[in-house]
Design a protein around this ligand. Structure first.
Ligand SMILES: [Zn+2]
Length: 388
């Protein structure tokens, strides 16, 4: 199909996309709204079946269900699927849509607000319309899968989503993630991963004048370890260790018997993540002051979306497609925010992110999106898939 014809075709679907987006935004799927997430999943899976996809879910007790919609034909059933992904949950509390439902902005034509509109129900609609149009065009080269995640915002803490996604993505050709983007001209090629480290030091409390021989300062012990760990920060390699909180002691004239530190740890890939864990395991248990003991706990956090050569190639393909369509130039960016694009890195398949709606104010009630971005975003990913 000619590029102009493709653009016209998608333009004709704009009002349907807006209506669908309104329905999704007004179906709340916030934190703790498991049934809301599943309601969003049901609306989407019925729509997917109506366009000829097969759907299935993987249920969770303490999170919404993982939704997988697939389109496969006898011609391509042996090919690897292209996965288009997004998350159905939002960060908001119940009843948020009473005041923050989907609404067009009278003073800003083409723009809308609504809780969850930009992060990321807009992206879900874009991914769905990409697949719908490819099916209608008779696209055969690869099977197409929509995988919609129920619990990105809680980092899959209450489900096995991460493990299930590794299973789903293992045999995929590539993954396209439709998180929002602040401006049209960016494509996300990398995201940092992160963990938390909690350290607890036990020393021996004592009077700071009379018990100096028996007192063992937990604060001094912790301070040594903060310095030892932070000195391993390596900014050029994006290995970042920060102790953000320390607490310890009871009064200025008491040798502190206990102290606690909370660290944030950031990394661009699995190798540096493991390096940081090895640093912690080496530095933390080793006492500087005799008779102190230090314990630690690492909270798993998020994986990194690793900027690999495969990712770069896929991003270049998008850049070339955007240029050819008159949407360019696009710039490749590494983002500080986390997303499920990192799941593709766990199985080392190509992935790009930020293909969703253009907007601002993610995770705030002021979320705002440029509805006119839906059309070019849908057309761009259709053309990119056609040209692969
Ligand atoms: Zn998001």
């Amino acid at each position: 199909m000619e590029i102009e014809a493709l653009k016209d075709l998608i333009a004709g679907q704009e009002s349907d996309m807006f209506a669908f987006l309104e329905k999704l935004v007004n179906t709340e799927s916030g934190i703790d709204q498991i049934s809301g997430v599943n309601q969003v999943g049901t609306i989407i899976s019925q729509w997917c079946e109506s366009i000829g996809m097969t759907t299935r879910t993987i249920p969770h007790d303490q999170a919404g269900d993982l939704l997988i919609a697939e389109y496969k034909t006898s011609e391509n059933k042996d090919q690897k699927p292209i996965v288009l992904s997004g998350h159905m949950d939002t960060v908001f509390n119940a009843d948020v849509t009473k005041n923050h439902h989907f609404r067009l902005l009278a003073d800003k034509p083409g723009f809308a607000k609504g809780a969850g509109l930009m992060d990321m129900k807009g992206g879900l609609v874009i991914a769905m319309y990409v697949v719908k149009n490819l099916i209608e065009m008779g696209y055969q080269k690869h099977p197409l899968s929509l995988i919609f995640i129920p619990d990105e915002e809680t980092l899959h803490r209450y489900s096995d989503t991460r493990q299930e996604m590794i299973g789903e993505l293992q045999d995929a050709a590539l993954m396209l993630n439709f998180e929002p983007t602040p401006t049209f001209d960016k494509i996300v090629v990398g995201r940092q991963g992160g963990m938390m480290l909690n350290v607890t030091v036990e020393g021996v409390q004592g009077h700071s004048g009379m018990e100096v021989e028996i007192g063992r300062s937990a604060v001094v012990e912790l301070a040594q370890k903060v310095i030892a760990l932070e000195s391993l920060t390596d900014i050029p390699r994006k290995k970042l260790i920060n102790c953000g909180i320390i607490k310890g002691g009871v009064s200025a004239n008491t040798i502190p018997g206990s102290a606690k530190g909370n660290f944030s740890l950031r990394f661009p890939n699995q190798t540096i993540k493991e390096e940081i864990i090895a640093d912690i395991e080496r530095v933390i248990p080793e006492p500087y002051i005799a008779d102190t003991t230090t314990k630690f706990e690492i909270e798993s956090g998020v994986d990194a979306m690793v900027y690999t050569d495969k990712v770069d190639q896929l991003a270049d393909h998008y850049l070339a497609t955007a240029d050819k369509m008159g949407y360019g130039p696009l710039t490749k960016v590494e983002s500080q925010g986390a997303s499920d694009a990192s799941l593709a890195s766990l199985v080392d398949i190509p992935v790009v992110d930020g293909l969703g709606i253009v907007g601002t104010g993610a995770h705030t009630l002021e979320e705002e999106a440029d509805l006119t971005s839906l059309r070019p975003r849908v057309a761009l990913s259709i053309q990119a898939i056609l040209d692969l």
